[in-house]
Write a protein that binds this ligand. Structure first.
Ligand code: ASP
Length: 316
């Protein structure tokens, strides 16, 4: 790949969903929002902007869409409240920022960015993270802003069928790993060869209040290292945390010499799966090669590379 080319991939979550559960109009709306997020990120890359700015632009769009489990439309915890997690990492310096368990900030990924840029810390949690976001000038919303009808229905459905220990996702059941519309993320390689990753989520439907998933944990759900890869995961967070999944992709590339497609596939199909987790990931390497494997029925996704037309996908 010539040095001034760019690549961008996004995801809107890995999920187990049958084709018949998505109507044509839903599919069109979801694909339109994926395309809008791709466009927001690509515009940054096209004009020579940084990978970190591109992934943030794409994730903000996905957080604002009610279709995905991030920002507006986030999953509800057991008590019917949205507690959101987000992280980003800049491969140039391996600077990172994250928030977990936020309930008020409209765009958790912007709060994560503020942590990265304005503090000496990596991760802020809970009410203090919301307060920090407000002090950084980010808009807050009332809790009702994040709650959609679809999510409320899912919580009721989950509570009706709950037969497992409290807060424990039914192992091996990909439906329990998320919801029909999932976590969001983006990875990019900019024209200067810099890599970045961002991930944002409402976590699992019906989770215990206070539960934090893989998305805001650097190395688990989100990772970027220039010269190696940038990765954003989606799936049963507990398995991704235990597999240190995103960093594992980078390790397989650095130490075992695997390419990004093979490394990402093996982490999702073997390392995460052997811990009972299903899901997927998107990754980009230093040359702009993209990987988007998943073990669920579907993963909402989009991709674009300079000089090529953009694409979106849901099923295999
Ligand atoms: N990985 C997210 C979490 O466990 C959920 C998802 O990707 O659907 O919080």
């Amino acid at each position: 790949m010539s040095t001034d080319r760019y690549s961008l991939a996004i995801h809107g979550g890995a999920t187990s969903i049958a084709r018949c559960e998505i109507t044509d109009s839903m599919e069109a709306a979801i694909r339109a929002d994926l395309a809008a997020a791709l466009k927001a990120g690509e515009q940054v890359l096209q004009r020579g902007g940084a990978a970190i700015d591109a992934v943030v632009a794409a994730v903000v769009e996905l957080e604002n869409s009610p279709w995905f489990n991030a920002g507006r439309g986030s999953a509800l915890n057991r008590d019917g409240i949205c507690e959101m997690d987000a992280a980003l990492m800049d491969g140039r310096t391996r600077a990172a920022g994250a928030v977990a368990g936020v309930r008020r900030v409209r765009n958790p990924i912007l709060a994560a960015r503020a942590v990265m840029e304005r503090t000496s810390h990596v991760l802020l949690v809970g009410a203090e993270a919301d307060r920090f976001a407000e002090s950084a000038g980010l808009p807050l919303e009332a809790p009702g802003y994040f709650i959609t009808e679809r999510r409320s229905e899912r919580l009721v459905a989950k509570q009706k069928t709950a037969g497992t220990p409290e807060g424990r996702p039914e192992e091996g059941d990909p439906k329990a790993a998320g919801s029909p519309f999932g976590t969001v993320g983006a990875v990019a390689r900019d024209r200067s060869g810099n890599l970045a990753a961002a991930t944002s989520t409402g976590g699992l439907d019906g989770k215990l209040p206070g539960r934090v998933g893989d998305s805001p944990l650097i190395g688990s759900g989100t990772y970027a290292h220039n010269g190696v890869c940038a990765v954003s995961g989606t799936g049963l967070g507990e398995a991704y945390i235990r597999a240190v999944a995103a960093h594992e992709v980078a390790s397989m590339m650095r130490y075992a010499g695997l390419n990004v497609v093979e490394a990402t596939r093996r982490v999702i199909e073997e390392k995460v799966a052997e811990l009972g987790g299903s899901g997927g990931a998107i990754a980009v390497d230093a040359d702009g090669q993209l990987a988007m494997p998943f073990t669920t029925d579907a993963m909402y996704r989009g991709w674009v590379r300079s000089g090529e037309s953009a694409g979106t996908g849901i099923f295999r």
